[in-house]
Structures are given as C-alpha cells and as structure tokens.
Ligand binder design. Structure first.
Ligand SMILES: [Zn+2]
Length: 80
C-alpha cells in the first residue's frame, strides 16, 4: 500500500502556509495583546493596543492577524 504514503504527502502540502495555531486577537486592530477581565456578569476583553473593550475577540492565525492590523493602520492613516 504505497499509495497511502502519497496521499499523506498531499495533506501536508495543503496545510502549508496555514498556521494551525490560533491566537485570540482584537477584532479592531488585530493585536494579540489582550487581557481578559472577569467580574460582573460576563468578562470583557481589553485591548492594550487600541483600547477596545468587548466580549468578542477573533481566533486568528498569524496571517489573519496581519491582515486585520494592516486594515487598522490604513484607517488610522486616513483619519489623520
Ligand atoms: Zn485593539
């Protein structure tokens, strides 16, 4: 059954470039620099980078994180 070896190689190649590791990042600026504050009914995430406060964060891989941050920095440049 040498064919199964070939298939396994295909699976590895399709995973290439996609980071399996997901990080919780800020939905506004893409920063992973969040802290979770408990207390009250629900905890809230605070972003140290842009000051976002909310219960929603994005599970992103490094590529997505970069895209969100690029978008955020572009908006900053427009508003100035
Ligand atoms: Zn942020």
């Amino acid at each position: 059954m040498e064919d199964s070896d070939v298939e396994r190689t295909d699976i590895q190649e399709s995973n290439e470039g996609e980071d399996e590791e997901l990080i919780e990042v800020c939905p506004v600026c893409g920063s992973p620099d969040l802290y979770y504050e408990t207390g009250g009914i629900e905890g809230l995430y605070h972003c140290k980078y842009c000051g976002y406060i909310g219960g929603f964060v994005i599970d992103a891989n490094k590529k997505m994180m970069g895209l969100i941050r690029d978008e955020y920095e572009r908006k900053l440049r427009i508003s100035e």
